[in-house]
Design a protein around this ligand. Structure first.
Ligand SMILES: *Cc1c(COP(=O)(O)O)cnc(C)c1O
Length: 497
């Protein structure tokens, strides 16, 4: 059955997969959701023998109905290969302690964003062709640190595209900042913003909805699109690794076919954990979704109390890619919780915009009884890194440590021993100072670049290529802007009067 996409805020606004990918977000401010979740096209018992590419193909074919088989395979071969990933399975499942760490950081920028952003440029250019678009596509992206780099790696020098990335000045790690500021490619632009991630993301959303701006750039032959995790072209490829991981657990004997696993996801914008939920709705057996937050604990409060309230202090933490108070993709879960009621979803989102909060009913919460939320302090994050290394000689990054710690809380509270995967969302090399500190080293006087070398003695093996590149590359981007200047910066980059 064909899958179409409609807005979470207007059921009558229906588009094909390729148009949803191209547009990124619906004009009414809502997010595109599939009109139904397709069932897994393969038997659970077959997954264990499939390659990553085969799983990715089956999942995407089920969702992207207007893509031909040839088009999809071209996208998959372009993205999931040995040039972009350093292992044949794209992801790696590492058993340590009570859990299996699903390493999602084997791509070019050593964070999980590569899993989707390596394929998005292919999906987007195919979509543009299908929709007869002859304009140059301009990707506007706000990043909390990892998306921006991964998106630029994906789009660098892709013909017919241009990418502009905004990141919060001083709120990303030194390695992340260098990764972005040394980005190559004639079509890449990076701007540091005087504000936090939420400010940058809100302004990008506003620019997307600015009709006058859209017309202005169209006259010059440009059209906006988004690489943010609200684009279904990012969300759906992420479903694949949860399906694949289930197969790997079966293959290793940790699960019998049909038995459920738990999934723990260190969460920010709610994209990664939503992909796990879609995998479940396709038919992957999952018992609990464990949503792990850092000190910005808006989601753990939501799952505990049914109130989403962003009116609280914003903290810059040692897991910066999760420093978010407006988790955009939660809107898609809320839409499900309302029983696909677009009027109610729109109303709740309006309350969030007007009052900074909304409350859902206990009936709605009953839809997500299989979600568990937890929160972790920065000190606990560092302790967790030390603890996992002490018991398993395995080095995890601070984001993964947030997941590991919330999982520990969950196990203590519930006694549930279901086999569990923890999404390992970044390589420890991306946050070397926090990791070293967790390992008990004094890093007061140590810069990220020195810390990287020190960390190597714990991790062993070669430095990832992504890190070697940063150590050698030259700075190419130095622009800093106020939030209020973002629009003007975009116009200047595109040379539009
Ligand atoms: C983006 C990111 C997250 C948060 O993922 P969401 O899909 O936004 O919830 C967690 N960890 C790392 C390392 C990230 O880059």
């Amino acid at each position: 059955m064909t899958v179409q996409y409609s807005s979470t805020r207007d059921v009558n606004n229906r588009v094909s997969a390729s148009l949803a990918i191209l547009k990124g977000i619906s004009e009414d401010g809502g997010l595109y959701v599939p009109d139904h979740i397709p069932a897994l096209p393969m038997a659970l018992s077959d997954i264990a023998t499939m390659t990553y590419q085969e799983v990715a193909y089956q999942v995407m074919q089920a969702f992207f109905s207007d893509f031909s088989s040839e088009e999809l395979w071209a996208c998959i071969h372009g993205a999931y290969n040995n040039k972009n990933f350093d292992c044949d399975t794209m992801t790696h499942l590492k058993a340590a302690g009570d859990a299996y760490y699903l390493e999602l950081f084997h791509g070019r920028t050593i964070a999980f964003k590569d899993m989707a952003l390596s394929i998005l440029p292919y999906l987007l250019t195919v979509s543009a062709k299908k929709q007869g678009v002859n304009k140059e596509i301009v990707i506007l992206t706000a990043t909390s640190g990892d998306t921006g780099k991964a998106a630029m790696e994906g789009f660098a020098d892709v013909p017919g595209t241009r990418i502009i990335v905004f990141y919060p000045d001083g709120a990303v790690s030194h390695i992340q900042e260098l990764q972005m500021r040394t980005q190559k490619g004639n079509n890449t632009h990076v701007i540091a913003i005087k504000g936090n991630f939420d400010d940058a993301q809100s302004e990008v959303k506003r620019l997307f909805n600015d009709r006058e701006l859209a017309q202005q750039i169209e006259r010059q032959g440009y059209q906006f699109s988004s690489a943010n995790s609200i684009n279904i072209g990012r969300l759906i490829p992420q479903v694949a690794y949860y399906v694949f991981a289930y197969g790997q657990l079966v293959k290793s004997g940790a699960l019998q076919v049909g038995e459920a696993m738990n999934v723990v996801v260190p969460t920010g914008n709610f994209g990664n954990i939503l992909a796990a939920y879609y995998a479940y709705q396709m038919g992957i057996p999952v018992k609990h979704f464990i949503c792990a937050s850092n000190k910005n604990n808006v989601l753990s409060d939501f799952f505990a109390q049914g109130e989403y309230n962003r009116q609280r202090p914003f903290y810059v933490t040692n897991s910066p890619s999760m420093d978010i108070l407006i988790s955009s993709n939660l809107e898609r879960l809320v839409y499900d919780m309302t029983g696909k009621d677009t009027t109610l979803t729109a109303e709740l989102m309006q309350q969030l915009a007007d009052n900074g909060k909304y409350q859902v009913t206990s009936d709605m919460m009953a839809h997500v009884a299989n979600f568990y939320g937890g929160t972790v302090s920065e000190v606990e994050v560092e302790k967790m890194i030390g603890q996992v290394f002490a018991s398993d000689h395995y080095v995890i990054d601070p984001h993964t440590a947030v997941g590991a710690h919330v999982y520990q809380q969950y196990r203590q509270q519930t006694g549930d021993t279901t086999p569990t995967i923890i999404a390992a969302t970044a390589s420890p090399y991306k946050f070397p100072r926090s990791v070293l500190s967790g390992l008990g080293e004094n890093v007061a006087e140590v810069d990220d670049l020195v810390a990287v070398q020190q960390l190597q003695t714990y991790v062993g093996g070669e430095l990832p290529v992504a890190v070697q590149e940063v150590l050698e590359a030259t700075i190419r981007h130095s622009q800093v802007s106020q939030i209020s200047e973002m629009k003007a910066s975009v116009l200047a980059i595109l040379d539009v009067e």
